[in-house]
Design a binder for this molecule. Structure first.
Ligand SMILES: Cc1ncc(COP(=O)(O)O)c(C=O)c1O
Length: 360
């Protein structure tokens, strides 16, 4: 029996290996590994794809968040509201920028920030909101922007999702190899709507300088490699199709009756299903049954950020973010990638139905 992984970037890049090798060879021939034409071309292509004026390649999605906050002048004494049901880097970046994360609860239907709960946590020190487009679903940006605060969209999981990067002063992306748009190593991107903010991100990613002679800001070294930019340029034209395939796979899970035994993610137009996470109170038995059948599954953010040791100094008690804690206890991600086959999805659904005693 063939094992079924949770994600499978290799299945996506396998048909493109010859082209990837050619583009890698071209970078080798050029001898330009830092900045240069590949990085510039990718930044232009990514900006055009997203419909934004500025896109700046950086080393990873975590740095992208820190640089965006710093470029917006957010730091010591400032509060930034974000979810606690997200990858640690979201809040870590706020702390690295010198500010304080303030956690708001999530909407149980979408697992994204609940705008009402966000509104209740705004104080005079709140300087930005950092919604996460969790699992590829766009956060409620229209409602959040009514609060009149700058927004940094953590879009690490949502390249190509409808409406991403259009609202936030900055939006950030990760090209970690499991993401919808991925590199063959680390990579990240910051997009900005404002020219001055974009200029600051460009300087901050390169030691606060634009010419390596005069250093106007204290920045860092956070660059997207030319090799990764070249690989990303191969993948970007396929992304729309890949995201459609993910949506098709999500629809197939519903058609196969998975929703009769677990709670499916609410389908919304533009959701790009970076992760396909169902909800169930029987997670452990289902995961064990899947493992028995050679099928991988995963549970995300099982210790939400307010309960992580490094952030205990914030003093957010257990029980204070009830929907976050319920999502942490109940989410179960099942296999999803662009090109997952019908038979593989059938095996997943059969195994889950059998585990809960409702065979097809
Ligand atoms: C929501 C979220 N934010 C930030 C990051 C950080 O990205 P990276 O791993 O590229 O630093 C990730 C991904 O890993 C993520 O999922």
């Amino acid at each position: 029996m063939q094992p079924i992984p949770l994600m499978n970037s290799k299945a996506q890049y396998a048909p493109l290996v010859d082209e990837l090798k050619e583009r890698f060879a071209a970078v080798l021939d050029s001898g330009r590994f830092i900045f240069g034409p590949e990085v510039e071309a990718f930044e232009h292509e990514a900006a055009a794809f997203l419909g934004v004026p500025h896109a700046i390649g950086v080393a990873n999605g975590t740095d992208a968040l820190v640089l965006a906050l710093e470029a917006l002048g957010i730091g010591r004494g400032d509060e930034v509201i974000c979810p606690a049901f997200t990858f640690y880097a979201t809040a870590e970046a706020i702390v690295r920028a010198g500010a304080t994360p303030v956690f708001a609860d999530v909407d149980p239907q979408t697992l994204n920030l609940d705008p009402e709960d966000v509104a209740s946590r705004v104080t005079p020190r709140t300087k930005a909101l950092m919604p996460v487009h969790l699992f590829g679903r766009v956060a409620p940006l229209a409602e959040l922007s009514e609060l009149g605060l700058p927004i940094v969209e953590d879009a690490a999981q949502a390249f190509g999702a409808e409406g991403v990067a259009q609202t936030g002063a900055c939006s950030t992306f990760s090209f970690f190899p499991s993401k919808n748009l991925f590199a063959l190593g680390d990579g990240g991107l910051v997009t900005c709507l404002d020219d001055e903010v974009a200029k600051r991100v460009r300087m901050l990613r390169f030691h606060g300088s634009h010419d390596k002679k005069t250093f106007e800001l204290v920045g860092t070294n956070s660059r997207l490699d030319a090799v990764q930019a070249a690989m990303l340029r191969v993948f970007l034209p396929y992304l729309t199709r890949w995201n459609e395939q993910r949506r098709e796979a999500a629809a197939r899970y519903a058609e196969l009756g998975l929703g009769e035994v677990v709670e499916l993610p609410l389908d919304e137009p533009g959701h790009v299903y970076h992760v396909y996470a169902v909800r169930t109170s029987r997670r452990e038995e289902i995961a064990a049954a899947l493992t028995q059948e050679g099928i991988a599954s995963g549970s995300y953010y099982t210790t939400p950020l307010h309960l992580q040791p490094a952030l205990s100094y914030l003093g957010v008690a257990e029980g204070s973010l009830p929907e976050t804690e319920r999502a942490a206890a109940e989410n179960l991600a099942v296999p999803m990638w662009a090109g997952i086959e019908l038979e593989q999805q059938e095996r997943v659904v059969e195994a889950i139905r059998a585990a809960v005693g409702v065979p097809a």
